[in-house]
Each structure stands twice: as structure tokens, then as C-alpha cells.
Design a protein around this ligand. Structure first.
Ligand code: BGC
Length: 733
């Protein structure tokens, strides 16, 4: 969000000066959906109803479009609502008309929605797309989503989700760009640029919302909403950087997370919201609570009642209340009783109005008929981008004996009910997709005219169908099994204590293997899974995640070798669930894990993950050599050679890591500091050059001070976080 112009600032001040206290509080109020049809449900309950099948996706859309008429209308007319979640453009126009024509000050409503990985053109879930190691791609997909959503009236995305997430049990690892603070930061900045920076027309941009601020991903034992306890240095070094940098990039808004941090819930955390996010990082717009967040402070045990919770939240710097009505119901009393000052209210409203002005909502409050129908037929470029993103997100985990790519005329048994389910390719938190746009793996097999027979055999949670299994075993020469998690098994409120393949799927794989025929497993999942058994037994494994509307063609492109896989893992895969949380950039212990017993390891799971962060194979192979580190005044110049030693052109992600060997605080054994994607023809060798700025080689202590300490550093380069070349250098800053 660029700084407002002088005129825009004056406009905000001018409106503010005319507002009554009630109207100001109205701007701080976001309404959740209340539904006609005899029952009231919150937005989250509605999502749950859709994900567990109680209502269809079509019904969900209808309900979202038909938010209870009377419920909102009078409040809007009275200036009592600042923002609403609606995704039906007609409904948005209807409500907007009341706001801008019938309310006293004619302030437009801001329509917000969860658009996490695409609006109608759903692209891969973020943990998958981060595996492309291509932030610029994330920028392009974000821009596509911004345009599509704005055409339907949604001009505020509750995205990017930039919680560093290191515990695969947590269902929300699916929504963010993985476990590494540097990678998450790069992706956070690019998403903000994609959503916000094309201000050439109000049709092209939306306001971003950084969430969930902060450290939500560190919930104890990976259980959603759970408590978070950590050293301040950890907070500064790992969880804050994506928010800091994205706020500096101009992200308009942020969302306070549900969790407490060291005893203080984010919703009422003055240090996190006011001191850091607003005053130090300079967030230009406003902070919204997460849904119901203010009320939950009572359950946390930090507020006596709703009134107290509202007072604490407003004073901490929370500007907008998502869905509880607590600001609406209590803020006037709080001001009258002197519990919340007018300055606090004015600051919140100024920030909210500033975002509305910047979005151009005062000049363009409505969606025109033309806008509304602009994407009725999904543009070819959008489909192509969803396909490109899907292809670049796929990670080849294993390929024994070069089983892949498959020959075009191979006789295939396609197995696994996930192969045919349109609703299972779109990933958690996709709300605005259409069935007709979704191309499943089965659809793609059919379209390609491949020589295949399809046997569902087993659902994610169902029984094995013996007849179909028999057919699958006897029919094809090679078996392609699509296995994994349903969409509802990741995302919010979807933590799992056992992250192996659910249901009977492993048993199905075992039975298929007993046929003696080669088996390829294609995984569809929203989190790293514990795949020790699969790695030991299955010949080829493709990590397909939930890739969005073009999942099918992306997978067949890779299966048949038209596309050489290039994705890398943005999160470590454990061998067993009990290793969680497991991540590459952990601090060393005094007894680093090794084969010997009295080291930091498990008796039954050792100390190493199954697949490290940054890992991903290709149909070709790469060799790294000649790592050299040269010191300049302000930076290190790092060079190395990478050679394509296989039989096919490919794209490799060269990763640069660093270790501060001795410091005043124990530092991670490796830290990602840069990456470069390089295209290499068969036999080609390229010299790669990267620069590491010395100012980026430091770390924060518990007081939030950034330290650059002299001493020995190790510089690593390689194709993943484990297998690296290494050089040592002594630095005096
Ligand atoms: C989630 C947020 C989401 C919000 C609004 C909450 O339950 O935690 O990520 O943006 O709902 O839908």
C-alpha cells in the first residue's frame, strides 16, 4: 500500500472529523455471515459444513450470497458496519448501495474473504507452490487471484498466510510457504506485491492481510489454537521476519492470531501489535482480529468478560473486530468510562478509512455487470498459469531404477479414489472454485488418451474393494496409485496426531506391490506425511500436494516426461510422526544426533528426517563442484559450478546456506540465505554466482537487538539442505 497522497490523507481526516463515536465504532466492526433458513452459523461453521459434506459447495456459495437481509441492512444504514464477508457480487452491490447511498457519511463497505491460493482459478496450496522456489510465480498467481476476486467485489484477501510452520501435525502447514523464515519471507513479500502493486486500475489490486500474527505455527504439539511459548530470540529470528518484511513491503493489513505468546494472546498483545507491527515495522493499514478472537480472550483466562476483552484488544492496537460484535456492543461504554481513549478509536478508524481510500472504494464502490461477468469463461492465461504453478510445485521423492517417466503406451492401472475427485484437488480454504474448472488425474488420463483402466479400489478413509483390486492387479503392466489426504484433513482445525497415510491406503499399496508389478505412488496431501514404509517399498513416489484446478494435467505431464520435475520441499518430511516438530534449521545440541546411543536421537527413529528441506529429484542429475567464497567489503561473493550430468534438460534450484559456527547464542546448524533456479541442458555446466550481504549474517538476541558477531562461518551450497559443498571463512564485521 503506497503512502496516501496529501488529498487522500485530507479526505480521511475530513471524514473522521464528521463522524460520531457510534459511526467510528461501526467502522471497527466486521460482520460475519448470518444465514437465512432457520439457523445461525458462523463463517467457520459454514466452511466446516462444506468440508464435511453437510452442504455442497454450490449451497455454500448460495448461502454466502444470501447473508440475512435484515440482519445487516439496518446496521449498515446506521453506519454500524465497516466490513463484511460476502462473495456474491449482486449481494455485495446491494449492501454497498445501502452503505454509500443510505448511510449518513456514505462510507463504502470493505468486502473481505479468504483467498489463500486462488479465487476461481485455484492454484496449488502455498506449501506446494513454495516448493517452486520461485517467488515471482507466487506474485503472478496472487495477481490473478486479486483480479478475479475484485471482479466479484472482494477487495481484501485474508492472505498471505505466512506462519513459519515446522510441525507437520498442524493442519495449517498447508496454507503457508513452509518451515524456513527466509523462504517464507521471500514468498510473503512477493504475494503482497502480487495482490497490491498493480494499482493501474482498481480492478487489479486488493488489500493483503498478513496472518496469523504471530507465532501461530509454533502451537504446542502441532495442535491447532494451542499455546505458544518461546524465547524472544526465537520469535525475532524465526517467526517475526516474514511479517516485518511484508509490512515494510506495504502490506495493508494484518490479522492477530488465536494463540497466546508467552502468556499473552496476540489479540490483546500490545507489544506485538502496537509496538512491533505498527510502530516498528510500520504496517500502513489496520489490524483485524481472527474470527471470534476477542471473545476467546475470556476463555484464555486473560479477560474477565467480553467488555474487558474488547477494552484490552482496542488498547493493544487491534483495529477491527472480526465477527464477535464486541466492539460494536461495548466500545461506546469503554470510551465513556475512560477505559479506551478517543485517540485509540481515531487511530483505528483512520487506518481503516485509509485502506478504503487507497483501494479506491469511494470512487468505485460497485461492481459493474461487465466486471461481474469478466471471468465467466475462465481466461486461457489463467488456466495456463494455474498449470504452470502446479507443474513447478510437484516434487519427485523417489524414482528407483528410472521407473519414471512412463512410456506413452505403457498399460496402466490407475488406482485410488482420489484420482477422480474434483473437490479433493483444490486444497483447504479454497472457497470460490467451480467444479467445471477442475481437471482431476483421471480426467487428464482420459484427455491424454493414455492406455489405462481405472480402479478406485480404496477411498482415503474407506475399505478396500476386493473386486477392483483384483482388476487393478491383473490389468496394467504398471500401477499408478493416487493416495493421500482429503482436503478436510489439512487447513484449520485439522491437526493430526498420526501423519501416516490415512485409512487402508497403505494396506492397498502393500497388496498392489504383492502383484510384483511396479507401483508409482502419487501423493495428494496438505502436509508433510510420514512415509518411511512407502519410501522403503514403493518404486517411485511423486509428491503432488493439492495442486488446484490443473492438478490432473500437471501430474500427467510429469508422469509421461513432458515436464521434468523441478519442485523442492518447502518443509522437512519426518520418517515417523513422533519426530515432529522436525526441521532443518534447528540449533545444535551438545550431543548432535549420530549413530551412537548417547546423542540426541530416538531409539526407534534415529535423528534424521526422511526427506530434508529443499529436497526434490529430477529425471536428470546434477553435480555440484568448485565452491569458492570471496570476501568483499560489504558482502561475500560465492561461486560454484553446477552440471547437468543426466540425459535430459532440467531446472535445478541451487540453495545457499550459512552457519554461524560460534556465537553468543546457539545458532541453527544451517540457515537458508539464498537460492537460484537454473536451467541446464543435457551435459551443460554453469557457473553460479551469489552474493551474501554481511548485514544479513547476524541474528537477534532476546532483547530484539540485531548482532553481527565476528568469527568463523560455514558457507554451504547444494540441491537440498543436507547434501552440500562447504567452505569456511573468518569474518570481522
Ligand atoms: C481463520 C482465518 C480466516 C478467518 C476468516 C479464521 O477461522 O483462522 O485464517 O481468515 O477465519 O475466515
Amino acid at each position: 500500500m503506497n503512502e496516501l497522497t496529501k488529498e487522500q490523507k485530507e479526505k480521511v481526516k475530513n471524514i473522521l472529523s464528521q463522524m460520531t463515536l457510534e459511526e467510528k465504532i461501526g467502522q471497527m466492526n466486521q460482520e460475519s455471515v448470518s444465514i437465512v433458513g432457520g439457523f445461525d452459523v458462523s463463517f467457520e461453521e459454514l466452511i466446516e459444513m462444506m468440508t464435511d459434506g453437510r452442504i455442497s459447495h454450490e449451497e455454500f456459495e448460495k448461502i454466502m450470497g444470501s447473508a440475512e437481509k435484515d440482519y445487516h441492512e439496518d446496521e449498515i444504514r446506521a453506519g454500524g458496519v465497516g466490513s463484511i464477508m460476502v462473495q456474491d457480487p449482486q449481494k455485495a452491490n446491494e449492501l454497498q448501495r445501502i452503505a454509500v447511498e443510505e448511510s449518513r457519511l456514505k462510507i463504502p463497505l470493505l468486502f473481505g474473504l479468504d483467498v489463500i491460493h486462488g479465487f476461481r482459478s485455484v492454484y496449488p496450496i502455498a506449501i506446494a507452490e513454495a516448493g517452486s522456489f520461485e517467488p515471482e510465480l507466487f506474485e503472478r498467481t496472487a495477481r490473478m487471484a486479486a483480479k478475479e476476486s475484485r471482479s466479484q467485489g472482494v477487495s481484501w484477501h485474508f492472505a498471505p498466510m505466512i506462519d513459519v510452520a515446522r510441525d507437520a501435525r498442524w493442519g495449517r502447514v498447508s496454507e503457508g510457504p513452509g518451515e524456513d523464515p527466509y523462504l517464507v519471507t521471500e514468498f510473503a513479500k512477493s504475494k503482497v506485491r502480487g495482490l497490491q502493486n498493480d494499482t493501474s486500475s482498481p480492478k487489479n489490486y486488493v488489500a493483503a492481510c498478513l496472518k496469523h500474527y504471530v507465532a501461530y505455527g509454533a502451537c504446542e504439539s502441532g495442535r491447532d489454537y494451542n499455546t505458544v511459548s518461546m524465547a524472544k530470540s526465537m520469535l525475532y529470528n524465526t517467526y517475526l521476519p516474514p511479517f516485518k518484511e511484508a509490512a515494510k513491503e506495504g502490506a495493508a493489513t494484518a490479522m492477530a492470531s488465536f494463540n497466546d505468546i508467552n502468556g499473552v494472546p496476540s489479540t490483546v498483545n500490545t507489544f506485538a501489535l502496537r509496538e512491533l507491527l505498527k510502530e516498528t515495522y510500520g504496517l500502513p493499514g489496520f489490524v483485524v482480529s481472527d474470527a471470534n478472537g476477542i471473545r476467546e480472550c475470556v476463555a484464555h483466562g486473560i479477560a474477565e468478560d467480553n467488555y474487558d476483552a474488547g477494552v484490552q484488544a482496542a488498547n493493544a492496537g487491534l483495529d477491527m473486530d472480526m465477527g464477535t460484535g464486541i466492539f460494536r456492543d461495548y466500545m461506546k461504554k469503554a470510551v465513556e468510562e475512560g477505559k479506551v481513549s478517543m485517540e485509540v478509536i481515531d487511530e483505528a478508524v483512520e487506518r481503516i478509512l485509509g485502506v478504503k481510500v487507497w483501494l479506491g472504494l469511494f470512487e468505485h464502490p460497485y461492481i459493474t455487470e461487465e466486471d461481474m461477468h469478466q471471468y465467466d469463461t475462465l481466461p486461457k492465461e489463467h488456466i495456463a498459469l494455474a498449470r504452470e504453478a502446479a507443474e513447478k510445485s510437484v516434487v519427485l521423492l523417489k524414482n528407483e531404477g528410472h521407473l519414471l517417466p512412463l512410456k506413452k503406451d505403457a498399460k496402466i492401472s490407475l488406482v485410488g479414489a482420489l484420482a477422480e475427485k474434483k473437490e479433493e484437488i483444490i486444497g483447504a480454504w479454497a472457497l470460490s472454485w467451480k467444479k467445471e474448472d477442475c481437471v482431476t488425474i483421471l480426467d487428464a488420463f482420459e484427455e491424454k488418451g493414455v492406455n489405462y483402466s481405472y480402479y478406485p479400489c480404496c477411498d482415503v478413509e474407506g475399505e478396500i474393494n476386493e473386486e477392483e483390486l483384483k482388476g487393478a492387479i491383473s490389468d496394467g503392466d504398471v500401477i499408478v496409485a493416487v493416495v493421500g489426504e482429503n482436503v478436510s484433513m489439512s487447513g484449520e482445525a485439522s491437526s493430526r496426531a498420526d501423519i501416516t497415510l490415512p485409512g487402508k491406503q497403505r494396506e492397498m499399496l502393500q497388496r498392489l506391490l504383492e502383484s510384483g508389478k511396479p507401483v508409482v505412488a502419487i501423493l495428494m496431501n496438505g502436509r508433510p506425511l510420514a512415509l518411511k514404509w512407502e519410501q522403503e517399498h514403493i518404486q517411485a513416489i511423486i509428491e503432488g500436494w493439492h495442486l488446484g484446478i490443473q492438478m490432473g494435467p500437471a501430474i500427467t505431464g510429469i508422469l509421461f516426461g513432458e515436464v521434468n520435475p523441478s519442485g523442492k520441499l518447502a518443509a522437512t518430511f519426518p520418517a515417523m510422526t513422533g519426530q515432529c516438530p522436525i526441521y532443518y534449521n534447528h540449533p545444535n545440541t551438545g550431543r548432535p544426533g549420530s549413530k551412537s546411543k548417547f546423542t540426541s536421537r530416538y531409539l526407534d527413529a534415529g535423528f534424521e528426517p526422511l526427506y530434508p528441506f529443499g529436497y526434490g529429484l529430477s529425471y536428470t542429475s546434477y553435480e555440484y563442484s568448485n565452491l569458492a567464497v570471496a570476501e568483499n567489503k560489504d558482502s561475500l561473493n560465492i561461486t560454484l559450478d553446477v552440471e547437468n550430468t543426466g540425459d535430459m534438460a532440467g531446472v535445478e534450484t541451487v540453495q545457499l546456506y550459512m552457519r554461524d559456527v560460534t556465537a553468543s547464542l546457539v545458532r541453527p546448524i544451517k540457515e537458508l540465505k539464498g537460492f537460484q533456479k537454473v536451467t541446464l541442458e543435457k551435459g551443460e555446466k554453469k557457473k553460479i554466482e551469489c552474493k551474501l550481504l554481511k548485514e544479513n549474517m547476524g541474528f537477534y538476541n532476546d532483547n530484539g537487538e540485531y548482532l553481527l558477531e565476528d568469527g568463523k562461518f560455514q558457507i554451504f551450497a547444494g540441491g537440498n539442505s543436507k547434501d552440500n559443498l562447504m567452505e569456511e571463512i573468518e569474518i570481522h564485521f
